[in-house]
Design a protein around this ligand. Structure first.
Ligand code: TYD
Ligand code: MG
Length: 457
């Protein structure tokens, strides 16, 4: 913080070249980029750059072998699915960003976790969006006693930091970072400058005091609020909520974790009494068709350490002069590529058709092992013929038409067999060495083989 008696001044820093201007300008006078100037705090020495770089305390230098590799201490939150994505629990001084669409359940989950932690350690819940009374009402609805949980309704950063210093909690929730503002900046709460400054200051407090802090961030569509993405590099762990707000299931995915594995997911169900962890989620993303219908194919995907069965749906329908390709939960560019492979290597043409693809339940699938299931769903819709009941597939499809193996294929096959699936179409390298009871496995190497096998089923 500035030591001079003068009130701190703000300046505008270019996010592209770091150049500084005393006024806001549409175009950076240094690198001539448009719309890159953001308000930052001007300091007597060091400037804004200094503030962001000194998140860790100054330390003497050691050789790596001299440093004791102590495993970090984790405190479980009392929510096993949340602990799973956090890598075991909260870490002293760790800063977690949890993002998601409004109304998806961030406040609910954190209130539940904060309440359960407060029975063992000191917890402060800072609410900037709701009043204390609203939080109390929610806690009552969730059936939480909240007897030891400290709650503060405050949005000014300096006041929050003062309270953090006097209360010295071991765990603090900031709901949400976009409502906070610092006195040092004149821009409105929720602007990129405020969100960044508040998060950087809180991160420094966390590192200095050892208090674990969770920052809630709303993912916003284009608008006045800065999204949580601008904070990803500052914090230790980034979690995002996924899922359809209309369905009752919610996924929490770790995007970045300095204290654990990434891409682990936690699965929750939203009930009247808040979010309940789903410890065995493999079958929740299947829709329940009485008889097989055309245009669907079950995929076994591997999210974190657990296999999940997800139904992929496709609808292919006669399109206009420029047919549409839309996908929900899957990458659209990948869809275009897969359609080209299907045409070129398997002779299945959909050039004049609209193609819609959806992963059931709002789950987002990023692994390429979904390719084969996507293509089979599309082909099934085109033919108007369902895949047999109990059928599933996985495998990555390459541009040359080859079907590549997916990691940990055995686990996927076993999970599907356990859930009663009986016919699998998988890449040759994923075929099991020993037969799996109740499962017929068709192993293929190329997309045209896959299409031929399905036609004969
Ligand atoms: P909330 O945690 O307020 O969302 P966020 O903080 O991410 O904006 O979640 C609100 C939604 O969850 C709201 O639509 C109501 C629903 N809900 C339940 O279904 N059951 C409950 O017990 C609670 C507290 C909320
Ligand atoms: Mg909320």
């Amino acid at each position: 913080m500035s030591t001079s008696a003068k009130p701190p001044k703000t300046q505008y820093t270019c996010s592209a070249c770091g150049g500084v201007s005393p006024k806001w300008l549409g175009k950076c006078p240094h690198c001539l980029a448009w719309n890159t100037l953001e308000e930052t705090v001007a300091e007597a020495t060091g400037g804004a750059r200094h503030r962001y770089q000194s998140l860790a305390k100054a330390q003497p230098v050691f050789t790596l072998s001299e440093i004791e590799a102590a495993d970090v201490d984790r405190t479980p939150t009392g929510q096993p699915e949340l602990d799973r994505v956090l890598g075991g629990g909260i870490v002293e001084g760790g800063v977690v960003l949890i993002g998601g669409d409004p109304g998806i359940g961030k406040s609910t989950l954190l209130l539940q976790a904060a309440e359960s932690l407060s029975q063992r350690v000191k917890v402060l819940y800072v609410t900037g969006e709701e009043s204390g009374a609203q939080v109390a009402l929610r806690a009552r609805r969730l059936g939480l006693s909240g007897s030891a949980l400290r709650v503060m309704a405050e949005i000014q950063l300096e006041k929050i930091q003062a309270v953090l210093a006097t209360e010295q909690p071991a765990f603090c929730v900031i709901d949400s970072i976009q409502t906070l503002y610092s006195d040092q900046l004149t821009s409105a709460p929720g602007s990129v400058a405020q969100v960044r400054e508040c998060a950087a200051q809180l991160t420094r407090s966390a590192k200095a005091s050892g208090c674990a802090i969770v920052l809630v961030g709303h993912v916003t569509k284009e608008g006045a609020l800065a999204g949580p993405r601008v904070l990803e590099h500052i914090v230790d762990t980034v979690l995002y909520f996924e899922g359809d707000t209309h369905s009752s299931f919610r996924l929490v995915r770790a995007i970045k974790n300095r204290f654990g594995a990434v891409n682990e997911i936690g699965v929750f169900a939203m009930t009247e009494r808040g979010l309940k962890g789903v410890s065995n989620p493999s079958a929740i993303f299947l829709s329940t068709h009485g008889v097989p219908v055309p245009g669907t194919c079950v995929l076994v995907t591997l999210e974190g350490t657990r296999p999940l069965l997800v139904e992929i749906q496709a609808l292919v329908d006669a399109g206009g002069p420029s047919p549409r390709r839309l996908s929900v939960g899957l990458d659209r560019d990948r869809l275009a590529m897969l359609l080209a492979v299907l045409h070129r290597h398997a002779g299945v043409d959909s050039a004049d058709q609209d193609v819609f693809v959806n992963a059931v339940g709002g789950v987002r699938i990023s692994e390429p092992a979904a390719d084969l299931a996507v293509l089979l769903a599309i082909q099934s819709s085109l033919r108007g013929k369902p895949l047999p009941s109990g059928f599933f597939a996985f495998g990555e499809v390459g541009l040359a038409g080859e079907v590549r193996p997916a990691p940990r294929g055995q686990e996927r096959l076993k999970e599907a067999a356990k859930l009663g699936f009986s016919v699998a179409l998988v890449p040759k390298a994923n075929a099991p060495k020993k037969p799996i009871e109740g499962l017929t496995v068709h192993a293929i190497e190329r997309i045209e083989e896959a299409i031929a096998v399905v036609r004969g089923l």
